[in-house]
Design a protein around this ligand. Structure first.
Ligand SMILES: N[C@@H](CCC(=O)N[C@@H](CS)C(=O)NCC(=O)O)C(=O)O
Length: 220
């Protein structure tokens, strides 16, 4: 199997973190500049990373959450990151669905500017207001109410899905300054749980903290 990733993308980083933490025999390939090639599109018509290329005639899986779930349910030790208890598993799935359908839409206009995709000041401010008014309160007051990770004493794939994206906010320094301390502590806690990923995490952090282009100083 081969995991195609973009190393500075949180979507890809979560899957790479599971491959490394479970010490899986899966090759990790940097697909930067290759996602629109005919070969890649034949494998994944959505041309997105991460993509997990399966063995033989099994094709491929994309969507970061689906890949993380697949890696956990098919690998020894995977229950550590995707617990089998049905209630806890459903809550982890719920948090991951919330991330994809709700929270991430607010993150993209804030962070994608570092990839040259400027979605404009209005969308950036709207995204940050949604994080502050809706998403962070749900994260802190529900998902992290009684536990250091989402509904869990130990880190799970839900935390990878959610927390890694917060690094993007650092490219807007005045917004990062407003992020609640408890959110920053949670972000740091999740990153620290995957020491083998430090180089990749630092790469994205460096791109965000070093960003000085249009909108870097935008006020919340
Ligand atoms: N919902 C998808 C999003 C994946 C995605 O949008 N990946 C982007 C990078 S963040 C990508 O691979 N873009 C390259 C392309 O579209 O050619 C997931 O969670 O995996």
């Amino acid at each position: 199997m081969k995991l195609h990733i973009l190393p500075v993308s949180p979507n890809s980083q979560g899957c790479a973190a599971i491959v490394k933490a479970l010490k899986l025999d899966i090759e990790i390939e940097n697909a930067y500049g290759k996602t629109r090639t005919p070969e890649f599109i034949a494998m994944n018509p959505c041309h997105t990373c991460p993509t997990l290329e399966l063995d033989g005639a099994d094709g491929a899986i994309w969507e970061s959450n689906s890949i993380m779930r697949y890696l956990c349910v098919t690998s020894e030790g995977g229950e550590k990151f995707y617990p089998a208890d049905p209630v806890l598993r459903a809550k982890i799935d719920m948090v991951m669905d919330w991330r994809q359908t709700s929270m991430y839409k607010s993150i993209a206009p804030i962070g994608y500017v570092i990839f040259g995709m400027d979605m404009g000041e209005e969308a950036t401010k709207k995204g940050f207001k949604e994080l502050m008014d809706q998403h962070f309160p749900i994260l802190l007051d529900a998902y992290l109410k009684d536990t250091p990770f989402c509904y869990s004493q130990t880190v799970t794939i839900a935390d990878l899905a959610v927390a890694l994206t917060f690094t993007f906010i650092k490219c807007r320094k005045n917004m990062w300054a407003e992020v609640p301390e408890k959110v920053k502590e949670y972000h740091a806690r999740v990153l620290e749980a995957f020491p083998d990923m430090k180089d990749m995490f630092d790469m994205l952090d460096g791109m965000c903290t070093g960003y000085s282009g249009d909108g870097a100083d935008i006020m919340p």
